[in-house]
Design a binder for this molecule. Structure first.
Ligand code: G1P
Length: 296
């Protein structure tokens, strides 16, 4: 088995019902943080980590995603004719090399584990990454790159991890820690969406994974777990006493862009990080906060 991680799976088949009515016609992953779709952040993070093959697990109604990564010759020609070089550069930075992206359809919404398993033939016998574009992570060194560096030391399977408030634990995959080594923990158990009060800790799995092909084998015979879905967490948990499972506490700020509140927070934070927007935006935020305070 080769050790270098060059392939990443992006499960994007979800219906995005939390964002209805927007997601009636726009895939959730195309929704924009400032001016870049969610999926662009995921792709940029993967590229920074050395990923060269991008596998999207899609579903009916996700055609806009394929168009997004295609070239836009008419638009390019127009920008060129008008001398809009900067915009042309922005546009070109989103174009993917021919053959670098593959799309696989998940025909039934059977869960995250099933979505990842749908990509098995494109993975073959090598370790691979999984990125959930809903989890946007702002970090100096992109999260997946941090993980790949750590993975090169320890091997096995690795999930991004972060402490969450106790009362939120039932929304996540939760790790039970065998040994805490600081930025890395070895895992003795993991549970998908534990019932309230039953979580073994508040250390949650965040949507970045580096996995071995054994996980795809495990998924082959997986029955449905939490929520009646085939869970990736369960297939990884099978390797705790096999190839090993590590949690990696990344350095960075994670936004849950699968929720409206998280999406709005990310929008503000990414807006404030932009030179062209920060002055106006922070002035506006100050105004809003002071008038809220005055009204109290
Ligand atoms: C998925 C995973 C879960 C993980 C979460 C992170 O859940 O199944 O283990 O903690 O992503 O965002 P979902 O949010 O898709 O229900």
């Amino acid at each position: 088995m080769k050790n270098k991680v060059t392939k990443a799976i992006f499960p994007v088949a979800g219906l995005g019902t939390r964002f209805l009515p927007a997601t009636k016609s726009v895939p959730k992953e195309i929704m924009t943080l400032v001016d870049r779709p969610l999926v662009q952040y995921a792709i940029d993070e993967a590229r920074a980590a050395g990923i060269t093959e991008f596998i999207f697990v899609t579903s009916r109604g996700k055609g806009a995603l394929e168009d997004y990564f295609d070239r836009a010759p008419q638009l390019e020609a127009e920008l060129e004719a008008k001398g809009k070089d900067q915009l042309l550069e922005v546009l070109k930075s989103t174009t993917m090399e021919s053959g670098a992206i593959a799309y696989i359809r998940q025909h039934k919404a059977l869960g995250l584990g099933h979505a990842v398993w749908c990509a098995r033939r494109l993975i073959g016998d090598e370790p691979f990454a999984v990125i959930l574009p809903d989890d946007v992570i702002a970090a100096e060194t992109p999260c997946l790159q941090q993980m790949i560096e750590a993975y090169e030391e320890v091997g096995g399977n690795m999930v991004a991890a972060m402490e969450v408030p106790k009362e939120r634990a039932s929304s996540y995959g939760i790790l039970d820690v065998r040994e805490d080594m600081g930025s890395m923990v070895s895992v003795k158990d993991m549970v998908e969406k534990p019932k309230a009060g039953e979580a073994p800790s508040n250390l949650a799995v965040i949507g970045r994974y580096i996995l071995t092909p054994k996980i795809l084998e495990n998924l082959e015979h997986k029955r449905s777990g939490a929520g009646g879905e085939i869970q990736l967490t369960d297939a990884i948990a099978e390797e705790i006493d096999g190839e090993g499972v590590y949690g990696f506490r990344f350095r960075g700020q994670r936004f849950d862009c699968g929720s409206k509140a998280g999406f709005l927070q990310a929008t503000v934070s990414f807006g404030l990080a932009r030179d062209d927007l920060k002055d106006d935006l922070s002035r506006y935020l100050h105004e809003v906060i002071s008038s809220e305070k005055a009204a109290q």
